[in-house]
Design a protein around this ligand. Structure first.
Ligand code: THG
Length: 572
């Protein structure tokens, strides 16, 4: 067990309070590089840390928030020097006051916006975070905290950098505004779904607002994760004239007392909070105790940074970003015609697709690079979550790395090679996955044999830590004209997988009608039958009137579309 996990065995954990505002109060000038003080004024830093430890902090944040290569460019010192000095000061304070307290390497955003909003690439951000993390671990930090983050992809780069370059436990907090989003539009659900899946030790919110204004944010966040939740608010809001924060230490503790009902584990203060705030907070928690968090039943959900799709009813996966059988699409791939692909995406989302399948595999192209380029372009234009469709593990790994959210991987199957190659990638990036009910012998004829493969995939996925709600089984649509008796086998298998294995289901619908006239007729009736059998994800062409019509009419008739709101909006 790592040191942070050990500390988290306690009912609650206390962090320190503001550092920047303490340094300003001590005379640091605007425009000065705070990390320089680690070298020029170590006694000042040690004294601030000591005050927080005496006030009751279990974890103190070293003065390393802006200690990245970009921000330190002009100061004449290296990342390594300033981070090492920062950790050393914090450790010294712990040795003096509380040797059991932990020192966090504190890491804020790089200070440059990531692509596509800005110019910093994912890889450049990753490298800078890796540099700080390595320096912090070498200097003896007990954990790393990424805080005041506003861009989900930036958080992902940071967390991957920490996981791949150190053994440090990881805490992550983002900064949400009153509109429940970060400055780049990231949603609370997307943050929780995406970052929980990457394997951090705790997550939460810091800065921007006081404890009172943060209540709706905390209420929402605690409903989306079973990890320990961190709350580190400001001392209220700054006065527009005097810049003084408007909440006293006693009021701060009183608000935090109310917030305990959401099951917060880790309490601290951000801008404007002082050792007095942490003392009041600590006294309050000591006196009142903490409240345990009710476990959340995690939904089946996927997301982009800006939108979350809960799969608690049939959802539409647009199938059109796929070159199979399409001359124009193939040519677009060969010509690197991203506008064509984006056009296909927009057409499908306006038709009502909830998720987009993305397949860019074609002989003669670099599928890995094409997938990266396509995912980057798509996520800067549409906000629906993506389903990454490839058979090549390296293609999936590269796409999962730069995907800004929690996607679905299409797909794994029951063969050993597939299970061994795909599932670990799905787990590493915290994605959801489609399991095809086939193995080395192909697609079994009988429903029960497909269910057996589904169960095998489920057991293997669960064994490596992929939760059940993230596993979607495809019982595989056969072609009715060739294997008429197979249609009901598919639907029976689907029903069993859904209701007996308790997994979500998916089907590519249009296979059903190959070789028949009037395919749309067969497709949309099969889709309706499948929804009645328990289909969750329908991979279809949403541009076809009857297909979206079947989904909308089904949801109306199944009492999912309450008061027929969506149906009427679409057709009235
Ligand atoms: N299960 C899973 N994934 C899948 C499928 C599945 N991915 C691929 C496929 N099946 C579903 N996707 C598509 C994508 C494109 C087309 C059909 C299914 C398609 N068909 C052409 C068209 O509609 O114009 C040509 C077919 C035709 O109409 O003749 O584009 O089952 N997990």
């Amino acid at each position: 067990m790592n040191k942070l996990k050990e500390l988290l065995q306690k009912d609650y954990v206390i962090l320190d309070g503001g550092m920047g505002t303490m340094l300003q109060a001590a005379g640091m000038k605007m425009g000065e590089t705070p990390e320089m003080l680690n070298i020029t004024e170590p006694e000042l830093l040690i004294s601030i840390h000591e005050q927080y430890l005496k006030a009751g902090a279990d974890i103190i944040y070293a003065n390393t928030f802006g200690g990245n290569r970009y921000k330190l460019e002009e100061c004449g010192h290296s990342v390594d020097e300033l981070v090492t000095a920062g950790i050393k000061n914090a450790k010294k304070a712990c040795a003096n006051v509380n040797p059991r307290a932990l020192v966090a390497l504190d890491v804020g955003p790089i200070g440059q916006l990531l692509e596509p909003t800005g110019t910093l690439s994912f890889e450049e951000a990753y490298e800078m975070y890796a540099e700080i993390v390595k320096a912090g671990e070498a200097a003896g930090a007990d954990l790393v905290v990424f805080e005041t983050m506003t861009d989900l992809l930036d958080v992902k780069a940071a967390v991957l950098a920490a996981k791949e370059n150190s053994q440090l436990p990881i805490m992550t907090t983002m900064t949400f505004e009153e509109n429940m989003r970060t400055f780049t539009g990231c949603q609370i659900s997307s943050f929780a779904l995406t970052i929980s899946g990457l394997g951090v030790d705790a997550l939460g919110v810091n800065c921007s607002l006081g404890p009172k204004e943060l209540e709706p944010v905390i209420k929402e966040l605690t409903g989306w994760t079973n990890l320990p939740v961190i709350v580190k608010p400001n001392a209220g809001l700054p006065d527009p004239v005097t810049n003084e924060y408007n909440v006293t230490a006693e009021q701060f503790a009183e608000f935090m007392k109310d917030l305990r009902k959401y099951g917060i584990k880790i309490f601290g203060g951000c801008c404007g909070t002082t050792p007095e705030f942490i003392k009041c907070l600590s006294d309050m928690l000591h006196k009142e105790g903490n409240l345990a968090k009710e476990p959340v039943k995690m939904p089946s959900a996927v997301c982009s940074a800006t939108s979350t799709v809960i799969v608690d009813q049939p959802r539409v996966v647009g199938e059109r970003i796929n070159p199979t059988g399409k001359k124009v699409f193939k040519q677009a791939l060969l010509d690197n015609d991203m506008d064509y692909i984006l056009g296909q995406a927009l057409e499908q989302t306006s038709a009502g697709a909830d998720i987009l399948d993305v397949n860019v595999g074609l002989p003669g192209i670099d599928e890995r690079q094409m997938m990266i380029d396509t995912v980057k372009s798509l996520q800067s234009v549409v906000d629906v979550p993506l389903q990454l469709d490839s058979t090549i593990p390296e293609v999936l790994d590269s796409a999962l790395r730069i995907y800004n959210g929690k996607p679905i991987v299409n797909s794994v199957n029951g063969e050993e090679e597939s299970l061994n190659n795909i599932l670990p990638i799905v787990k590493k990036y915290g994605a959801a996955v489609i399991g095809l009910a086939l193995d080395k012998n192909g697609i079994p004829k009988k429903a029960q044999d497909r269910v057996a493969i589904a169960k095998k995939i489920m057991d293997r996925a669960v064994a490596i830590g992929i939760p059940k709600q993230d596993i979607y089984i495809d019982c595989l649509t056969l072609t009715a004209s060739a294997e008429q008796e197979g249609v009901m086998e598919t639907l029976n298998a689907l029903h069993t997988v859904k209701h007996e294995l308790g997994l979500r289901t998916v089907l590519g619908v249009s296979n059903i009608s190959f070789g028949l006239p009037n395919r749309v007729l067969v497709n949309h009736i099969f889709l309706t039958m499948a929804m009645q059998s328990g289909l969750d994800l329908a991979i279809i062409n949403p541009n076809v009137y009857e297909m979206m019509g079947a989904v909308r009419a089904y949801k109306l008739l199944a009492n999912i579309d309450k008061n027929s709101v969506d149906y009427i909006r679409a057709y009235a």
